[in-house]
Design a protein around this ligand. Structure first.
Ligand SMILES: Nc1ncnc2c1ncn2[C@@H]1O[C@H](COP(=O)(O)OP(=O)(O)O)[C@@H](O)[C@H]1O
Ligand SMILES: [Mg+2]
Length: 504
């Protein structure tokens, strides 16, 4: 039993919980009205039936005794016409009287109120008891119940008076009352539905406002405020909600300001870093390389005028030390800030980066660049260059890859760079710690320009770094912020210094 109830509940609950509050309350109200209405209907019908049936029985007995008393004279006088009139008049005055008839002492029907033929079985249906007192029976007929009373006339010596009182008026009465109760139920239900609709509207309207506002807050919009509809708990909830969104909005503003500040600082740091690298690279070229070149020229002149072979050997050694140093300076300067990036643009700079990387690490690199002839904004070129550079450094340092590929292309209004290696890979979700900022720096650079960096890697699966940065429309003249510096400091050898391979 308990299990069956639990099973029923388990099946009903999903149905109940799936509908809105309005339907739930409406269902409860209608259910109550129906339950109460049918209870009342049943109760009223039962008590009405009981009372009216007693009434009918009494009526049957009194009518029979009355008729029996009044029938004595006509019978004794053998005046059948008067007897007949008596029955007819009584029937005319009493709508409940279904029939009446008189049986003489020999058991023959003297007069009856059945127009055409007398139903013979009725004769046997009710007889006087042995002590000649009247008796009432309930007979089941085609049109309902009939309270049939047999009353002795003149103590039974003049015959028997039979009277049938029908319950059809009683049934009509009960049906009328039932109809009124049903009508009442329908009216009460209608009023109930209207009331519930109004009440649930008043109750759920602020809740729906709250749900809508909460959704917007979840999407990061802290502006919605909900009206306080009433001075109840829901009103308190609305107020608390408004206070919460206001607080969240303030916190969000502070966060945005901080984030803005952080971005500005970061932008500045990156721009300053690039500028500083450019300055040092130029310094190394303009002053250090020139000095080393002068030194080499001096040593060459010295060798020409010196005739001591031992000294000559030493001068030659010094000259090659100076040449090697010059090469190193070129190398450092190129890695600090390749002049070629400013002068010739991203494709040339990437080609040289790839060539040198391949030569240094002995790993074949597959480089594909499809970005057209146009120069891109300076910050974008620098960001892509630095990201590819850091990716290649990581690949050389950690991956143990046998092949590396670099793809840089324009896709719609975006610039895409993809650096892939077939090395050992790593878990990109692992926190690398505070000291490893290469990947994070790449991501920051991409995001500062409104782009996105995705790292795909897993142990044993190689690594692919995908970066996508929107290409801003080129402002008149140069790129934004950090533009392409004018090639004023171009070395006299037409930029060969940046190649790092040149011996003067
Ligand atoms: N291509 C790669 N293959 C394998 N592991 C890599 C690769 N790139 C990065 N990693 C791993 O991610 C870590 C973080 O890299 P990074 O942020 O550049 O910092 P750092 O180079 O200073 O260690 C590295 O220490 C390395 O373990
Ligand atoms: Mg690194």
């Amino acid at each position: 039993m308990k299990n069956a109830l639990a099973a029923l509940w388990n099946r009903l609950w999903p149905l109940i919980s799936a509908v809105s509050v309005r339907v739930k309350v409406m269902g409860m109200a209608l259910g109550l009205v129906l339950l109460l209405g049918s209870g009342i209907l049943w109760q009223v019908r039962a008590s009405l039936t009981r009372t009216l049936q007693t009434q009918l029985q009494t009526e049957s007995i009194t009518t029979a005794s009355d008729l029996a008393a009044r029938a004595v004279d006509p019978i004794l006088l053998n005046d059948l016409v008067a007897l007949r009139r008596l029955l007819d008049e009584t029937q005319a005055n009493n709508p409940d009287l279904r029939y009446a008839f008189v049986i003489d002492k020999y058991g023959q029907v003297l007069v009856h109120t059945f127009g055409s033929g007398f139903p013979l079985p009725l004769l046997e249906a009710n007889r006087l008891t042995a002590d000649q007192s009247s008796q009432t029976l309930v007979l089941q007929t085609e049109d309902g119940l009939v309270w049939d009373t047999a009353a002795p006339i003149f103590d039974g010596r003049a015959g028997v008076m039979r009277v049938g009182i029908s319950d059809s008026r009683l049934r009509q009465e009960i049906n009328l009352v039932s109809g009124q109760i049903l009508l009442m139920m329908v009216l009460v239900s209608a009023v109930g539905v209207l009331t519930v609709t109004f009440l649930t509207f008043v109750l759920t309207r602020p809740l729906r406002d709250l749900v809508e506002a909460t959704r917007r807050v979840a999407q990061g919009d802290f502006s919605p405020r909900v009206p306080r509809w009433a001075e109840d708990e829901i009103g308190d909830l609305a107020e608390a909600f408004n206070a919460m969104t206001a607080e969240l909005g303030r916190a969000d503003e502070v966060r945005r300001e901080r984030e803005q500040l952080r971005r500005q600082l970061l932008e500045k740091v990156i721009a300053t870093q690039e500028e500083e690298r450019r300055r040092i690279a130029r310094e190394l070229h303009d002053s250090t390389s020139q000095n080393l070149t002068s030194l080499m020229v001096g040593l060459k002149n010295l060798k020409a005028i010196c005739h001591d072979p031992r000294l000559n050997v030493q001068v030659e050694e010094l000259r090659s030390v100076a040449a090697a140093t010059l090469e190193e300076v070129h190398d450092i300067s190129a890695r600090l800030r390749p002049r070629i990036l400013d002068d010739l643009g991203l494709p040339a700079a990437l080609e040289r980066l790839a060539r040198e990387w391949q030569a240094r690490h002995q790993i074949p690199i597959d480089l594909l660049i499809h970005i057209g002839q146009e120069r891109l904004p300076g910050p974008l070129e620098t960001a892509i260059y630095r990201i590819v550079q850091e990716s290649l450094t990581n690949a050389a340092r950690y991956s143990g890859a046998r092949n590396v590929s670099v793809l840089v292309e324009r896709r719609g209004t975006d610039l895409i760079a993809l650096v892939e290696d077939d090395g050992q890979g790593f878990d990109p979700y692992r926190d690398p710690g505070d000291r490893h900022l290469g990947l994070e720096g790449m991501r920051e650079r991409a995001e500062l320009l409104g782009g996105k960096l995705t790292i795909e890697s897993a142990p044993g699966k190689g690594t692919s770094i995908h970066v996508q940065i929107p290409i801003p429309p080129l402002p008149l003249g140069e790129g934004q912020g950090e533009g392409h510096p004018s090639p004023a400091g171009r070395p006299p050898d037409g930029g060969r210094w940046a190649g790092g391979e040149g011996n003067p």
